[in-house]
Ligand binder design. Structure first.
Ligand code: TMP
Length: 335
């Protein structure tokens, strides 16, 4: 998270729509004078839906913060931590809702994070966050969810336990399709709100699956090894037929796949991406050149490796021409 952070939430149309719907869902239960704070507010894609509310976003990366400011979103170009919220504490400002999306799992010190949130949360306030879900990762064998910034992959059981440690209560959970399978968590102070049946249901499901056991971890590891073997065999077979493979979207997740499966320029010529900051650079570790998506149709590969598989609906819709021209998609997860 730095001045040139290259991930813009608004680079995906489906994410813009998701955050619009998400905001609508939150607003249904908010009073007109309610206040909302977002941790890791990126380019303001979510908070721009709250311009009529008292809102503040904390965004440490200048590149995306600048875009949020242009969108008239109140963005603070700082990390969300005890030191940087001092100005709010001095003014005795507290919030009805504290939101974070795909950011809570990025923060190494969860204790400090929760303590900081609690300083700003009203007595009956809610902490709402969406993060990639452990259950989906196990099911899809999407081991590429594990990468540098993803320090944690949460389960409902884990969030339930962490909440209790801070006199908080998990009051609702809602499954989401975003980011290849996520969970939305709603947490409040203990005994303030009624707990939704969803919490008990999903806790029960996780228990029945043995999701929190060592056996599940070991099974996942074996599944990853099988997935790797299958993928490398598939790619080798494509290459043995003299076909060209290119990557589609230089995602953070792709770093894990390429390095874990030892796939470099011997198999994949280049990766096409739409983000200007990534063009002209190389994939970490395997050094596959990242080139502008603008030249995708001029340098059409026979196979495109869909690294952004979590955006497949949006991408398949927009790339019908690739299929019409004889192109094929591949990935390590079912697409
Ligand atoms: P992420 O999965 O690490 O968030 O990265 C998403 C990357 O995918 C980002 O660099 C933009 C790129 N991308 C495309 O190149 N084309 C697309 O259609 C979409 C949705 C994303």
């Amino acid at each position: 998270f730095n001045k040139n952070y290259p991930f813009y939430t608004s680079s995906s149309k489906s994410m813009i729509l998701h955050f619009k719907k998400y905001a609508k869902w939150i607003k249904k239960k908010l009073k007109k004078n309610a206040s909302i704070l977002e941790i890791g507010s990126n380019d303001g894609t979510f908070l721009q839906n709250f311009k009529n509310y008292f809102h503040i976003g904390f965004e440490p990366s200048k590149s995306v913060h600048d875009v949020a400011i242009k969108r008239n979103v109140k963005s603070i170009n700082k990390f969300f931590n005890l030191q940087n919220i001092n100005f709010l504490i001095k003014k005795k400002i507290k919030f009805d809702v504290i939101v974070g999306s795909n950011v809570i799992c990025h923060i190494p010190n969860q204790n400090n994070l929760i303590k900081t949130m609690l300083k700003l949360l009203k007595e009956n306030g809610k902490i709402i966050f969406e993060e990639p879900y452990l259950g989906s990762m196990y099911k899809k064998i999407s081991y590429d969810q594990i990468y540098d910034e993803h320090i944690f992959i949460f389960s409902v059981n884990a969030i339930n336990k962490i909440s209790k440690l801070f006199d908080l209560e998990l009051i609702d959970v809602l499954e989401q399709n975003t980011h290849g399978g996520s969970m939305r968590y709603v947490v409040g102070r203990k005994n303030v709100r009624t707990v939704s049946k969803n919490v008990e249901n999903i806790l029960k499901r996780e228990k029945n699956l043995g999701q929190d056991t060592l056996e599940s971890c070991i099974k996942f590891k074996l599944n990853c090894e099988i997935s790797k073997k299958k993928l490398v065999e598939k790619i080798q077979s494509i290459k043995s037929r003299g076909k060209k493979i290119a990557g589609y979207a230089a995602t953070s997740k792709s770093t894990t796949v390429l390095n874990y499966c030892d796939i470099g320029t011997n198999y994949i010529d280049c990766i096409f991406d739409t983000t200007k900051e990534k063009i002209g650079k190389y994939s970490p570790g395997k050094h596959i050149p990242i080139i502008s998506y603008d030249s995708f149709y001029n340098q059409l590969p026979d196979y495109a490796y869909l690294f952004a598989w979590n955006h497949k609906e949006e991408i398949f819709k927009k790339e019908k021409e690739f299929i019409n021209k004889g192109g094929r998609w591949i990935s390590h997860v079912d697409i």
